[in-house]
Design a protein around this ligand. Structure first.
Ligand SMILES: NC(=O)c1ccc[n+]([C@@H]2O[C@H](COP(=O)([O-])OP(=O)(O)OC[C@H]3O[C@@H](n4cnc5c(N)ncnc54)[C@H](OP(=O)(O)O)[C@@H]3O)[C@@H](O)[C@H]2O)c1
Length: 291
């Protein structure tokens, strides 16, 4: 049995520090701008996981001094009603960030709604203009979860230049933008997905391995190169034999922590970093208003 323990990449502690720094920045900007920053989180329906995420985001906003303009809509809200709400928020001078909490009910077109958001208020960094800026390496609002991964790696001074990075998962929310950010940091990047053949061989080549899939324990110790840095983006709710439920990532933490040099916990890793980056994007948009 391997008794070695990995170092933890503590996203919770870093996120708290970033939020405290943002609070100070807001306090220094507020006299010039004349109002606090504002974030609008739009939620449709009653998905309990989404409701918990929205509560988390709003709590973090309050703590940092960001005003919440969130709205919760019934499940039968129409596409055009939501488009009108977004248009009004685009014009609202008190609002610096707009975020549509995903997933939306199936009959709504989430992509069309994201396109309606003013790219300068795109707190989630998912508007095509901001994704395009990322592709070109231009300044812009970056997607929160991948930005949170990069910020955490930077905090622990993980060397990326010239290293082999493997991202498992190719969603537009996490895998694809993260791949571009790792490339920007001069890593050699491989992206794997559900059609990749021999996933263990791919993951084992990684100096930096990032799992963003949504499958508990997909990544086991045998799939990890000894000494690798393992970042677990996955959030999965699982139940044990007694019916108690808990959150786990995509990485089998117990076995992998004996092999990796660094590993993120779930919860307490990328989840809190995502919220911190959301607030950071909102404050970045806010700070542009002083010009
Ligand atoms: N920590 C956070 O703040 C945060 C934020 C966002 C998401 N998440 C979590 O991250 C996970 C991924 O989210 P997402 O939105 O990116 O999910 P998603 O849109 O469902 O994408 C999942 C990706 O995983 C790939 N995949 C599925 N099964 C696979 C397998 N057996 N082997 C290799 N790849 C496989 C899929 O491949 P195909 O493209 O071929 O289908 C897809 O690219 C979820 O657990 C989600 O809850 C966490």
């Amino acid at each position: 049995m391997n008794t070695k323990t990995s170092h933890l990449l503590d996203g919770k502690a870093l996120a708290e520090r970033i939020q405290a720094e943002l609070k100070e920045r807001i306090q220094s900007l507020q006299p010039q701008i004349g109002r606090p920053p504002g974030l609008a989180v739009l939620m449709v329906g009653d998905n309990p996981a989404s409701a918990a995420y929205v509560r988390n985001k709003e709590r973090a906003c309050t703590k940092a001094g960001i005003a919440s303009f969130g709205q919760h809509f019934p499940v039968n809200t129409t596409q055009s009603e939501l488009e009108q709400v977004i248009q009004a928020l685009n014009q609202d001078q008190r609002v610096d960030g707009i975020l549509v909490q995903l997933p939306l009910p199936d009959r709504l077109d989430a992509v069309a709604l994201l396109h309606q958001i003013d790219p300068d208020k795109d707190a989630d960094g998912l508007h095509p203009v901001n994704l395009g800026r990322l592709v070109r390496g231009e300044h812009g609002l970056r997607s929160c979860t991948p930005a949170g991964v990069m910020r955490l790696l930077q905090e622990y001074q993980i060397q990326l230049k010239g290293k082999q990075a493997v991202v498992v998962g190719r969603s537009i929310l996490v895998g694809k933008p993260l791949t571009l950010m790792l490339l920007e940091a001069d890593a050699t990047v491989t992206i794997a997905h559900s059609r990749s053949q021999d996933l263990p061989a791919i993951t084992k080549s990684a100096d930096i391995l990032i799992a963003a899939v949504g499958r508990p324990a997909l990544i086991t110790a045998e799939m990890v190169k000894p000494g690798a840095v393992v970042v677990d983006v996955g959030i999965n709710r699982v139940s044990d034999a007694t019916g108690n439920s808990r959150l786990v990532g995509d990485v089998d933490f117990e076995s992998v922590q004996g092999v990796a040099e660094y590993i993120t916990p779930v919860p307490g890793g990328i989840g809190p970093m995502t919220v911190a980056m959301l607030l950071q994007n909102t404050v970045l948009s806010y700070s542009q208003r002083q010009k």
